[in-house]
Design a protein around this ligand. Structure first.
Ligand code: ACO
Length: 377
């Protein structure tokens, strides 16, 4: 009998989820029923996190309670700092993020408590604690000292404060907040599915998140946002040229890359085939940063690549395409982009971990053996 193989699980519906709905036909993405564009336009990232965990928007008291909780759990745990200090400066920052979550799990008093209350507490703590990991790692790579968090700033303001040691302008904070909201959740993508697989074995939350970070690191998934910037760097960023000149160089680069059958990161999607629902909102945030920093020539590269890919293969950009240059303009090193994605996706991962645990079945597919027939020594 020949089994039907679903390579890459493409087209397989593995379970129900009430966390988000990705609809490729209408190019829409709903978090708990709300269009992500509306959430990005109107809500703080902290409110979106509560929506993903609780299923409903927070009321004033819930907002206030989480505001106090999040602000009091931001400091870098000294044990995490010691572990990070042991890691070489040339390791990938995703390795740092993965290690940090593992250290937090190993030290957590509720590590093996998988009750819904304990899981939610751990999720909220991870949400609050992770920005300090990214910020400290970015700073140590620049030979700068740790910056302590500030309780008078919101999540996005404080993230940028801890990273750069100065208060970010409102425009930058807003673009950063939008990126966090858009990166928060996207149904059964590779990293979320990884988190659900680990949870399905009844392992703890930090193990599931650590594994998810491993899945996110790859350039076919979260690693694409930094790969986009490497493409821009390979083409060459030249602030002195015009937008048109940059676009022409980018177009020529893309034609060459496609002729060589290269995969160009930041384009294409397993689910969306006529455009990623999150791109227009992220592109607006990128445009705001380009205006703020006066870097129009960067959009020459952006437009040139997009146009050439569209003409040659009709493949459209995904969220990582506008997110990469946005983080670049804000001043993050390219390798820090995917850890920023972790900070956002901790919300979606932990919402899915809770959902998986509440109605669990071990995730264990079959395989079709194609090795040698039975043989004997
Ligand atoms: N560059 C060049 N060609 C591409 C690209 C791309 N980015 N994406 C798809 N194609 C081509 C493939 O070469 C293939 O062509 P062929 O049929 O002639 O062989 C065809 O389109 C189908 O591509 P698959 O990789 O089979 O499609 P799949 O649905 O498996 O891939 C994926 C989706 C992995 C995202 C793919 O588009 C890709 O590799 N993109 C680049 C990585 C990337 O940007 N990932 C980020 C995803 S979004 C996120 O994580 C937020």
């Amino acid at each position: 009998m020949t089994e039907e193989i679903h390579k890459g699980l493409a087209g397989v519906v593995a379970d129900h989820t009430a966390v988000s709905k990705v609809n490729p036909e209408s190019n829409s993405l709903l978090y708990r029923g709300y269009p992500v564009q509306q959430l990005a336009a109107e809500l703080a990232f902290e409110e979106v996190a509560l929506l993903l965990w609780n299923g409903e928007l927070p009321d004033a008291a819930q907002k206030e309670e989480f505001r106090a909780f999040e602000r009091s759990h931001r400091a870098l745990d000294p044990r995490v700092k010691s572990a990070i200090d042991l890691l070489p400066l040339d390791c990938h920052p995703m390795d740092v993020g993965r290690t940090a979550v593992s250290v937090l799990g190993a030290n957590h008093p509720l590590s093996e408590d998988s009750s819904p209350e304990a899981e939610l507490t751990k999720a909220k703590e991870l949400f609050a604690a992770f920005p300090a990991v990214v910020a400290y790692d970015q700073r140590r790579r620049r030979e700068l000292q740790l910056v302590e968090p500030r309780e008078d700033l919101d999540y996005s303001q404080n993230f940028l404060w801890m990273t750069f040691g100065e208060e970010a302008p409102e425009e930058v904070v807003d673009a950063f907040r939008v990126s966090m909201v858009l990166y928060a959740e996207h149904s059964f993508n590779a990293s979320t599915f990884t988190a659900r697989v680990v949870t399905s074995t009844l392992a703890d939350l930090h193990s599931a998140v650590t594994a998810a970070i491993g899945a996110l690191k790859g350039p076919l998934h979260g690693g694409a946002n930094e790969a986009v910037m490497h493409t821009f760097e390979e083409i060459g960023i030249n602030p002195d040229e015009t937008r048109e000149e940059a676009a022409a160089r980018a177009k020529a680069w893309m034609e060459q890359a496609l002729a060589e059958k290269r995969k160009v990161m930041g384009f294409g999607h397993r689910v969306y085939k006529s455009g990623d629902s999150r791109v227009p909102t992220m592109k607006q945030a990128l445009d705001a940063m380009v205006d703020y920093y006066g870097r129009g020539e960067l959009m020459g590269l952006y437009d040139g690549l997009e146009a050439a890919m569209g003409e040659a293969k009709n493949i459209l950009p995904n969220l990582d395409y506008p997110a990469g240059p946005t983080y670049h303009l804000m001043g993050f090193d390219t390798e820090m982009f995917t850890p920023l994605f972790i900070a956002a996706r901790i919300t979606g991962w932990t919402a899915h971990i809770a959902e998986q645990r509440a109605n669990n079945a071990l995730i264990r597919p079959l395989s079709a053996y194609n090795g040698p027939e039975e043989r004997h020594l």
